[in-house]
Ligand binder design. Structure first.
Ligand code: PMP
Length: 432
């Protein structure tokens, strides 16, 4: 797509929406505030593409922020959901579909001996933190600057993209007490972790990390650093929680835990395990999970948890991932993209960061590994790149803090076109 596509219908819908919902949206970054312009209204998604209300078609590199590793409307996923829905939308009682998805997750993730399903990533992390506190009898948790773990009060502290985008260090409406037991450390700093544990070790219930931090750009960590977290927590009787809401089933069936060969005590999932429907999960060591109600004293519940349609979408998604060896294919597509974009990025003073099918372009030299190392000016330079890509028919997430995703619905031609378009946009940015 070239020239200036009409966005009239999207604009009109956005005007209507703004009267009804704050900034017209149901999740803040969707409002395009950090890239300027109005959001597009999407009429449908087909395979690797989105079509907006004005009939413009875009290669979708946002993938609904991660769940759509198979692209839109994969036939096996749709068939599984239709079959499940024919038998009812929700029972509020146990059903076979929960067991099937649980078995698939347990089989893929060695650290997950038992799990419980919820309806979002936020819920999954919130429950995992409560469970860690209940299990250890300690109150403090450690998180890392730039990592996002959903919008539970205690975790909205230095929490990455959406917040960094709007310059909010921690949200209004969070009582000081709710965040008082949340300790924040910089990523990629072993000494900071050791020092904190030397002072506070006996009071720390858990260290919570995105093992592949992907909410503040893509701040890839050294395996040795993640191993250090494992060692320190083990030594002090604290739990290690991997938030795999993005990385789970994205960088391989076993997520970051398998990729780095580190076994967390608890892990949280979302996005891909719901195949596009609302699902989250938290799981881990059996003795910890057995502290959950009704077996143990840690309460957690959900009306729609284990929803039949969502379970079916997740199970079908995980089956396709395995049967079609999707991760190997996505790695090859990612490498193909990198071969074109990384040199173009370097030539324009930018850096292309990638792990498998997750990538991030940042307008600074060298890949940052901690929030403080990300140059705010580099993030601002994303807005014109985003606009150029949109005009060229590529839908990227509307914020420089966000990563992009490849999907199994993309083919070599899509990826080659994406590479050429990104390279051209980078070069144009340098000239401009
Ligand atoms: N944890 C991580 C690592 C995430 O990326 C997100 C969402 N982007 C969440 C938790 C929260 O998930 P949800 O939006 O489904 O509540």
């Amino acid at each position: 797509m070239s020239g200036a596509p009409s966005r009239e219908k999207s604009r009109e819908l956005y005007r209507r929406a703004c009267e009804l919902m704050p900034a017209g949206v149901n999740s803040p970054v969707r409002a395009f505030r950090s890239v300027g312009g109005d959001p597009l209204y999407i009429r449908r998604g087909v395979g690797a593409h989105l079509e907006d209300e004005d009939g413009n078609v875009y290669l979708d590199c946002c993938g609904s922020w991660g769940p759509l590793i198979l692209g839109h409307g994969h036939p096996e996923v749709l068939a599984a959901v239709e079959n499940a829905m024919a038998d009812g939308l929700t029972f509020g009682a146990p059903h076979r579909g929960e067991i099937e998805l649980a078995e698939a997750v347990v089989a893929a993730c060695p650290a997950v001996e038992m799990l419980r399903f919820v309806s979002s990533g936020t819920e999954a992390v919130m429950a995992a933190v409560r469970l860690a506190r209940g299990f250890t009898g300690r109150d403090r948790i450690v998180k890392f600057s730039g990592c996002y773990h959903g919008h539970a009060d205690a975790l909205l502290v230095e929490a990455g993209s959406g917040l960094a985008t709007f310059g909010i260090a921690s949200s209004a409406g969070v009582p000081a007490g709710a965040a008082a037991d949340t300790l924040v450390l910089p990523l990629d700093d072993e000494q900071a972790v050791s020092d904190l544990f030397a002072r506070e070790g006996e009071r720390i219930a858990a260290v919570l990390i995105e093992p592949v931090p992907a909410n503040c750009g893509l701040l890839l960590q050294r395996p040795g650093y993640l191993r250090h977290l494992r060692d320190v927590t083990e030594r002090h009787g604290a739990l290690l929680i991997f938030d795999e809401v993005i990385s789970g089933f994205r960088i391989g069936m076993g997520g970051a835990a398998a990729h780095y060969g580190i076994r967390p005590d608890l892990a949280t999932y979302g996005k891909i395990i719901g195949g596009g429907l609302p699902v989250g999960a938290f799981g881990g060591r059996r003795e910890i999970m057995e502290r959950l109600a009704p077996l143990g004293p840690v309460y957690q519940a959900g009306t729609l948890s284990g929803n039949p349609a969502a379970m079916a979408a997740g199970t079908a998604t995980l089956r396709v991932l395995t049967e079609e060896r999707v991760h190997a294919r996505l790695e090859a597509l990612g490498a193909r993209l990198e071969a074109v974009v990384a040199p173009a990025a370097a030539a324009s003073g930018a850096t292309f960061v990638r792990l498998g099918s997750i990538f991030w372009l940042v307008a600074q030299i060298g890949a940052p590994t901690a929030y403080a190392a990300v140059d705010e000016a580099a993030i601002r330079r994303y807005a014109p790149l985003h606009a150029r890509m949109l005009a060229a028919g590529v839908y990227l997430a509307p914020s420089g803090w966000e990563v992009a995703f490849l999907s199994h619905a993309m083919n070599e031609t899509d990826v080659d076109r994406l590479g050429v378009t990104l390279a051209a946009a980078l070069t144009a940015g340098r000239a401009g």
